[in-house]
Design a protein around this ligand. Structure first.
Ligand code: SF4
Length: 389
């Protein structure tokens, strides 16, 4: 095995151990520490105006911990990332508010040859913001605006930050998608599968099919307080049944799970025998596996490898590793979550142009693997082992 180690990524080692019954557990954590992510997730502001009930971002007001990040610092971070599957590093502005001062920085990242994408609730699409993007020559590689059901259902899940009042979220999303082609090469949309949305899969898919090139469906990642939003087995089966009957001419459909619970629930709804046959033949991507389950491709991203996906840049100029957006920066600084959970395995610090990304990444992963990564890996191996029988 040792001779093969250098040609295998952590995901290959995960696949060989969890699915093929080999044992690469020791090498996997060493390899993971070398795999600097190909992406930086720029999140910056708390308090998204729509507050989706299934949102993984905690409610928090605007942050004022640090000065605005500079173009120099963002470019230095991006230059130190790995190249992704597309041969480029990616800056993704992840949800919440897109602010005017961020546009020239994203334009500079694009000029430097990086891929730049934006996830937004549609509120970006003001005349002033569209004009600014055009003036700065910012052409996004992709823009993602979520649609979670038809208008009534989409709006029902969204309330104004701080007041709880309903907001015209559907109108914002539709405007964001309608104007998206002015600033983006590709439009995508994410549908979160919950107990509220499961019966609207086909209807939402047809709406998305008229608007975007890629439609992503993903079961919600359960967090404390929203357990009731997880679809039941019957709702999951109904959702998958609708998906199997859906034909979209110009839109790719991707079914994805970022949690083990979601993957197991989807596997049960698809049929254990189908998943059992597909698992040994699964394709391996940078940090996930892709199963051909007949009517669609099922992507699964194991939590044990989640650290190599992205470097989160938050509170204007702080990095945090690994992916930990379910917690506020204040909680991460204190080392304890709102529920009293220990968070000291996450690493955070101000970002600077002098930061050695490979060094802090390796160190952060080592700490996180001991507390969370190995435990997640063992859970994945046990659960997939049970699926394989
Ligand atoms: S649009 Fe995104 S960031 Fe905003 S509340 Fe919904 S899921 Fe959260």
């Amino acid at each position: 095995m040792a001779n093969e180690t250098h040609s295998l990524g952590a995901i290959d080692m995960w696949h060989r151990t969890v699915i093929q019954g080999e044992n690469w557990t020791g090498e996997l954590s060493t390899q993971l520490r070398r795999e600097v992510p190909p992406m930086a997730s720029w999140i910056v502001r708390g308090g998204c105006a729509v507050q989706c009930q299934h949102c993984i971002f905690p409610e928090e007001g605007p942050k004022a911990f640090a000065p605005r990040i500079s173009e120099e610092v963002i470019l230095s971070l991006l230059a130190q990332l790995s190249e992704g599957d597309n041969g480029r590093r990616t800056l993704v502005h992840e949800g919440r508010q897109l602010l005017p001062w961020q546009v020239p920085i994203m334009a500079a990242a694009k000029r430097a040859g990086h891929s730049v994408t934006v996830i937004n609730n549609g509120q970006y699409a003001t005349p002033a913001m569209l004009a600014l993007c055009e003036r700065e020559g910012l052409r996004l590689d992709a823009l993602d605006v979520s649609i979670d059901g038809p208008e009534r259902i989409h709006n029902q899940q969204r309330n104004e930050f701080g007041t709880g009042k309903t907001v015209p979220a559907w109108a914002w999303a539709m405007k964001g998608l309608a104007e998206g082609r002015r600033i983006a090469d590709k439009l995508t949309s994410l549908f979160t599968l919950t107990s509220l949305t499961s019966e609207y899969v086909a209807e939402t898919g047809r709406i998305a099919g008229d608007l975007v090139e890629q439609w992503h469906i993903s079961p919600l990642t359960v967090r404390p307080g929203i357990e009731h939003m997880a679809p039941t087995e019957a709702q999951m089966a109904e959702a998958l049944n609708q998906l199997a009957g859906l034909q979209l001419e110009n839109t790719e459909i991707h079914l994805r799970s970022y949690s083990l619970a979601g993957f197991i629930a989807l596997s049960k709804a698809i049929g254990i025998e189908t998943v059992r046959k597909a698992l040994p033949k699964a394709d391996v991507t940078y940090n996930g596996i892709v199963l051909d389950v007949g009517f669609t491709k099922l992507h699964f991203y194991p939590k044990s490898l989640q650290c190599n996906e992205t470097v989160v840049v938050d509170a204007d100029a702080w990095w945090r590793l690994p992916f930990s957006v379910a917690h506020t920066l204040g909680q991460l600084e204190a080392g304890v979550s709102a529920e009293g959970e220990d968070l000291t395995h996450f690493s955070i610090a101000p970002l600077s142009a002098e930061l050695d990304v490979a060094e802090v990444y390796a160190r952060s992963v080592e700490t996180w693997w001991k507390a969370i990564g190995l435990k997640s890996f063992n859970e994945e191996r046990d659960a997939v082992g049970r699926l394989l029988g």
